[in-house]
Design a protein around this ligand. Structure first.
Ligand code: KIV
Length: 274
């Protein structure tokens, strides 16, 4: 007789339920087991974002991030969590060539990490890929607006939605990804009225998750290191909920002083013989 192991972890469908019930969706990024564990009770989903290339590795953009890097960090986040849905970013070059390439990459992520969904950047031109993945059992979160993997074609990390043409394009992107079966769409760096128009558009059934977009979204996400005040610089849309950089610097300065002056380790930090 077979037995199903019941997991208490949230799934993509639970986010859709949150939207239907009008309950805000809470999300943050995490790349490590320890930070993910702290977020777990508070977040509906945790994104293992390809921002890890810039945040953890000091890269200038997310472009050099590989599928292997995403898988290793997603495994860490899965180990550190028990409740939140874990969503993993598909890095640049792992899904754009064809629907088949996207499926093989996504399947690797889900099989090797146990995460519950993937995220990919791009609008209407990826609708076909989103449909192909969802039909084959891969829950997909879309990402439109300021899409960092397109930094070279966008001409920089630029806020999107200025002008009627751009507005119409973004609305069409959201509708196309939603119609293709995405359970959620990240709206990043989109001017307020356009982001609001998408978030309140009855033709967009996917849950909308804002970052540098409107409070009308069904949920919000921030990069953890940005909101904790650990990043050297953070975009305008980030609210600082902490000042970790100062705390870490203060602690390290005190440690260095105490070691230099022979005050650490003290007796209580040493082992007496038996
Ligand atoms: O990579 C990332 O952290 C992201 C968020 C900014 C949404 O895509």
């Amino acid at each position: 007789m077979s037995q199903h192991v019941q997991s208490r972890r949230l799934r993509a469908v639970d986010l859709a339920k949150r939207k239907a019930e009008g309950r805000k969706i809470i999300a943050l990024t995490a790349y490590h087991a320890h930070t993910a564990g702290i977020l777990d009770p508070y977040c509906d989903f945790i994104l293992v974002g390809d921002s890890l290339g810039m945040v953890m590795h000091g890269m200038e953009s997310t472009l050099p991030v590989t599928l292997e890097m995403m898988i290793v960090q997603a495994q860490a986040v899965m180990r550190g969590t028990a409740r939140a849905l874990v969503v993993v970013d598909m890095p640049f070059g792992s899904y754009e060539a064809s629907r088949e390439q996207a499926f093989l990459s996504a399947a690797r992520v889900l099989k090797e990490t146990g995460a519950g969904a993937i995220k990919l950047e791009g609008g209407a031109r990826f609708a076909d890929t989103v449909a192909f993945l969802t039909e084959r059992g891969v829950p997909v979160m879309g990402h439109i607006g300021l899409t960092p993997q397109s930094v070279n074609t966008m001409g920089g990390f630029k806020v999107q939605g200025h002008g009627a043409g751009d507005e119409a394009r973004l609305i069409a992107d959201a509708r196309a990804i939603s119609d293709a079966g995405a359970f959620a769409i990240v709206l990043e760096g989109i001017v307020e009225p356009v982001a609001r128009a998408i978030a309140t558009d009855p033709a967009v059934s996917a849950a909308t998750i804002g970052i540098g977009a409107t409070s009308a979204c069904d949920g919000q996400i921030l990069v953890l290191e940005d909101m904790l005040g650990l990043s050297e610089r953070a975009p305008k849309f980030v609210k600082g909920y902490g000042s970790l950089r100062e705390h870490i610097e203060g602690a390290v300065r005190m440690y260095a002083e105490e070691v230099r002056e022979g005050r650490f380790p003290a007796d209580e930090h040493t082992y007496a013989p038996r």
